[in-house]
Design a binder for this molecule. Structure first.
Ligand SMILES: *Cc1c(COP(=O)(O)O)cnc(C)c1O
Ligand SMILES: [Zn+2]
Length: 416
């Protein structure tokens, strides 16, 4: 387990003892009072070397437990982390890039990147001897929590917008969670979960609320660093809704520097849909290190996992990206759909629309010249296409129906 120092408020800078508060700074309240986990970095710098993680011989995020707040002894058996990273030399060359890697976060037990944050939050709940867990989610955080709660034997209470994709609802029900399908937006589901958790004493995994989630999320960056043998890319791109995933990824890259394992931090870019870009707008207004909270906005995009109008972790997402020297880019739904199709056809990775948004974002940053020729880029693909087959089918032709005869195959091939 890590050299845990405590929790620090992102707005007022007050420090709290580890485990003395669960979610946010009592002075600043939710969202503004988001907390970040601090470690004894100098002690860790003396203790950690390039082989420290490999020496654990664990093929999951618990290989990084020297940089985590909870010991791996509290982990449930479901594996989080250890996802593959793919080198894409042909595509890189076509795009004029030096290197292109795809970190396939859809290869998780519940098929999204959310399993990282969940693994650490559920381990924390076990250590703290909590009796039930809950979360609000656009879908993936909920299915992730439901799966890990099943493995832990925790009762699990879920708040999702009632229009969440059916495959995600199916996962929730299969894992045995109590599901509240809220007749409202994700943002309304989020406030409701907060109140219910307080009333019933549930441990809340919601993004932007629980700082343990960010600690799990950061391990995706640690894996990239380790898998590329310390050769950190120039740019890293990931889709942004609430901002917890990108906040974690930035923290991971930055902490590698703090413990002396890496001298370089990639410029991290957040990708949002044009119709749901509250974090990107907050970033544009961010100046002189002053935290600026986004106003609530309308959120309309087919990329349901990033359909967030009132981002719960915007402060972290804005600041952390600024610290890496990165930024935000927005893309249209058409670009997201085309990006998902190209990613599937060219790399063989089938992503849900939100998961593929970084590919669309990369094309835009290349056109703008923000990502220069020869750059080395990693894309975090956050969720599986199997999560939303209807979304995946958009714009694709239906297969040709034929009788079971060889001539029919001939005929179809002849037409092409
Ligand atoms: C949750 C999620 C994101 C964005 O993460 P935030 O922490 O909400 O910014 C992106 N893609 C997928 C598939 C997700 O499930
Ligand atoms: Zn505070």
């Amino acid at each position: 387990m890590g050299e845990l120092l405590g929790l620090r408020c992102l707005t007022c800078g007050r420090d709290y003892d580890a485990w003395s508060v669960d979610y946010f700074c009592p002075h600043c309240g939710p969202v503004a009072g988001a907390l970040t986990v601090e470690y004894e970095y100098r002690v860790l710098a003396r203790r950690l070397g390039p082989a420290s993680f490999a020496d654990t011989r664990r093929n999951s995020l618990w290989r990084y437990d020297s940089l985590l707040p909870v010991s791996g002894e509290y982990a449930v058996p479901l594996r989080a982390g250890g996802t593959p990273i793919y080198d894409c030399p042909t595509l890189a060359k076509e795009l004029g890039l030096g290197r292109l890697w795809v970190k396939d976060e859809s290869q998780h037990p519940t098929a999204s990147c959310k399993d990282r944050g969940t693994a650490v939050a559920v381990a924390a709940a076990r250590m703290l001897e909590r009796e039930a867990v809950c979360c609000a989610s656009t879908g993936n955080a909920a299915t992730s929590l439901a799966g890990f709660a099943a493995a832990a034997g925790f009762p699990c209470f879920i708040f999702v917008p009632k229009n969440a994709p059916r495959a995600k609802i199916a996962q929730l029900l299969a894992f045995g969670a109590t599901v509240f399908a809220v007749d409202g937006t994700y943002d309304q589901a989020s406030s409701l979960a907060l109140r219910a958790a307080e009333k019933f004493g549930w441990y809340n995994r919601s993004d932007g609320l629980n700082p343990m989630v960010v600690e799990g999320n950061k391990t995706a960056a640690l894996e990239v660093w380790e898998e590329l043998h310390g050769e950190v890319p120039d740019f890293a791109l990931v889709a942004v809704g609430d901002g917890s995933v990108i906040g974690g990824i930035c923290k991971g890259f930055l902490e590698l520097g703090k413990v002396g394992l890496s001298g370089k931090v990639p410029k991290v870019y957040g990708v949002q849909a044009q119709g749901a870009a509250a974090v990107a707008h907050a970033f544009a207004r961010f100046q002189d290190g002053r935290p600026i909270l986004p106003a609530e906005e309308r959120a309309e995009t087919l990329a349901d996992s990033i359909r967030v109008g009132k981002p719960m972790d915007a402060l972290r997402a804005v600041r952390a990206v600024a610290e890496t020297g990165g930024g935000y880019v927005t893309v249209s739904d058409e670009e997201i759909v085309a990006g998902a199709q190209e990613l599937a056809r060219r790399v063989g990775v089938f992503a849900e629309p939100s998961g593929a948004a970084p590919f669309a974002g990369l094309l835009r940053l290349l056109r703008e010249g923000t990502v220069p020729e020869g750059a080395r880029v990693v894309l975090f693909i956050t969720g599986s296409g199997l999560k939303d087959p209807e979304g995946a089918l958009r714009g694709l032709p239906e297969p040709t129906v034929i009788p079971p005869q060889l001539e029919a195959v001939d005929e179809v091939l002849g037409e092409r």
